[in-house]
Design a protein around this ligand. Sequence first.
Ligand code: HEC
Ligand code: HEC
Length: 256
Amino acid sequence: MNRLSRVVLGAVVVSCPVLALGVGASSTAEAQIPESFSNLQVLPADTSRAVLVGVMRNYASSLGVGCDHCHVGDDVATFEDFDFASDDKEAKRVARSMMRMVEVINGDLLPASGRDAATLLEVGCATCHHGVSRPEPLRAILMTAFEEGGVDAVIVRYQELREQYYGRASYDFGRATLSSVAELVARAHRDFEATERLLVYNIGLYPDWDYHYFLVGVLRSQLGNMEGAREALEKAVELDPDSSRNRDALARIRRQ
Ligand code: HEC
Ligand code: HEC
C-alpha cells in the first residue's frame, strides 16, 4: 500500500459518484477550493483537488463535524471567507497529529502484527471516532456525569445523547451500558441508592432483560430488603427461567 492511500485511510474517496453528490459542500462552495495547496505537511504536496476533497469529507463525516471545525472560516455555504491553509485552529493541528498516528499504525504497527498483509484491515479516523470529534465511550461520559451531578445528571446526559445519536455507531445505547454504569457506581462509589435508581431507569428502557432484575435483586438482598429482592428475582426467573444464575439467587433468598 502506498503512502497516500494509507493516509487516505482506505476510504473510497476518489471516483465515487455517490460521494460526489453534495456530501459536504455545494459545488459553488467547492469552486472556492484551489487547484493546488500551500500548506500540506502530511499529505503529499502535489495531492490533487479531487483526492484532497475526498479525504477532507472523510474526516468531516468520521468526526461528525463540518469543515469549519478544523478550518478558519464562517460561511460554510460558500466557503468565501475560508482560509484552508491557515493552521490557527487547534483541531486542525490535532488532526495532523492524528494523520501521522494513523500512518504509523497502518504503515508500521499493524504489518508488524504478522497477520497476512493481503487481508490486513486498516485503521481509519472512523475506527475510533465513529461520528464524534471526541471519541469517549458512553459509559465513561456517564461516569463523569455521575461524579459531577449524580443520577439525575447521568439520566439527562444519557437522554440528550440518545436523542441525538441513537441508531448511529457513535455510542452504545444497548441494554448493557447503563447497567455497567450502575455496577461501577456501586463498586467505585458504594452509592447503592444511586445504583438502584440507575438499574430501575434502565429496566424502564429494556423491560425484557432479566439481568437487571437479577442485579436489583442481589443489591436489595445485600441492603436487607428481602421482600424487594424476592420480587426482583422472581421477575428475573420469569423472564429467563433457564438461567441458573437467576434460579440460584431466588432459591437463596427464599431460604433466608
Ligand atoms: C478534522 C479536521 C479537518 C476537517 C473536518 C477538514 N479538514 Fe481540511 N485539512 C485538515 C488538515 C489537518 C489539513 C492539512 C493536511 C496536511 O498537512 O497534509 C487540511 C487541509 C485542507 C486543505 C488544503 C489547504 C492548503 O492549501 O494547504 C483544504 C483545501 C481543505 N483542507 C479543505 C477542507 C474541506 C473543504 C473540508 C470539509 C469538507 C475540510 N477540509 C475538513 C483538517 C481538516
Ligand atoms: C486510535 C484511535 C484514533 C484514531 C484512529 C483517530 N483518532 Fe482522532 N482522537 C482520538 C482520541 C482518543 C481523541 C481525543 C484526544 C483528547 O483527549 O483530546 C482524538 C481527538 C481528535 C481531534 C480533536 C477533537 C476536537 O474536537 O478537539 C481531532 C481533530 C481528531 N482526533 C482527528 C482525527 C482524524 C482526522 C483522524 C484520522 C486521520 C483521527 N482523528 C483518527 C483517537 C483517534
